[in-house]
Design a protein around this ligand. Structure first.
Ligand SMILES: O=C(O)CCC(=O)C(=O)O
Ligand SMILES: [Fe+2]
Length: 347
């Protein structure tokens, strides 16, 4: 992995986030497909994080999504608040700065202690779920103006493309595991995913100087929201920097932005589903290393597409990930339950 100084993080630790050309899986020969699939699986096994390039999403669309996200967050607060996130079960809408503290902690008191130490997460977000999920409409800004309508159309298009990318990455994992390529298809074809736009506002470097523990987003694994756990996350980040991933030795290593790539990480569900064959690795967003101009760090935008298994599936250890020696560690679980509990704790 590249550090901001441009050296490989492999120089200082064995921890590496590999950069993989996904077109070799999407369009390659059977041989390059299987070597690429294995590289992807190995990345998830070793660090839980990979970068993909040439992943099949049109660059102008990704750029448009970033632009629409920035324009959305510039809307007046009362407009955004009128689209507010309401419940873990719905998990849709606007989350104002200070409302969510992401963490691995699950009990309320301990989360409050963390808030006191690290400060609030310095971010606001907007969550979009599958269109047409009964009882849970998305909170679109399309009634405000024409831009709101375009926002909705672009987000829907992007949601569909990311759902397809999720299926393809799961196909690569299946091939890497020696399973039939479509093994996961029936677990992810419903698109029960969550698109989350994130905005970390401009912040004075002073804020980080005053509190050495202050973060933009607290350390966490991707457990998922409402009604299920995350299998993988597709994370698009701008060039601002600050994303860090925990290495096995417990130190946090920069996941430096690389243009035209998507960071993909395994979530808690995939770790559990694979009997811990792959890792769900902690990550966080901290003060960027780039010197702040006029003492201000610029805003950071990222787009997380949380991929969940279909809400109605029962999840139990993937065949081949356990045997008599490496026994099954976890009970099967409905993709519906676990999350609501965790989500309720972080808000
Ligand atoms: O903004 C980022 O780069 C990370 C966001 C993240 O990890 C999350 O929302 O789960
Ligand atoms: Fe995350």
């Amino acid at each position: 992995m590249l550090s901001p100084a441009g050296t490989s993080a492999a120089d200082s630790s064995a921890f590496e986030i590999p950069l993989i050309d996904f077109s070799e899986f999407l369009n390659g020969s059977p041989e390059t497909r299987s070597t690429t699939a294995l590289a992807i699986l190995t990345g998830f096994q070793r660090s839980g994080f990979i970068y993909l390039k040439n992943f099949g999403l049109p660059k102008p669309l990704v750029a448009e999504i970033f632009a629409k996200s920035a324009a959305f967050f510039k809307r007046p607060l009362d407009q955004k608040n009128s689209l507010a996130w309401t419940t873990p079960a719905a998990n849709r809408g606007y989350v104002a700065e200070g409302l969510e503290k992401v963490t691995d902690r699950t009990d309320g008191q301990s989360i409050e202690e963390l808030r006191a130490q690290e400060g609030q997460d310095l971010k606001e977000s907007f969550e979009i779920g599958r269109e047409g999920e009964e009882g849970h409409p998305n909170h679109w800004p399309d009634h405000f103006d024409a831009d709101g309508g375009k926002f909705k159309a672009h987000m829907q298009e992007f949601f569909g493309k990311c759902t397809q990318l999720h299926i393809e990455v799961m196909r690569a994992i299946a091939v890497g595991l020696g399973l039939e390529e479509g093994w996961f298809d029936g677990y992810c074809d419903q698109g029960d995913n969550t698109l989350r736009l994130l905005h970390y506002p401009e912040v004075s470097a002073e804020v980080f100087r005053k509190n050495g523990l202050q973060v933009r987003a607290g350390a966490h694994t991707d457990y998922g929201f409402v009604s299920l756990f995350r299998s993988i996350t597709l994370l698009f980040q701008d060039m601002a920097g600050g994303l860090q991933v925990e290495s096995p030795s417990g130190t946090f290593v920069d996941a430096t932005p690389i243009e035209d790539t998507v960071v993909v990480n395994a979530g808690d569900l995939l770790a559990r589903w694979s009997n811990d064959n792959v890792k769900s690795t902690k990550h966080r967003v901290v003060e960027p290393r780039k010197a702040a101009l006029s003492d201000k760090h610029p805003p950071r935008y990222s787009i997380a597409f949380f991929c969940n298994p279909n809400f109605d599936r029962f999840i139990e250890a993937i065949p081949g990930t356990y045997d008599e020696v490496n026994v099954r560690k976890y009970e099967g679980v409905n993709s519906g339950k676990y999350l609501e509990q965790r989500l309720a704790a972080t808000f």
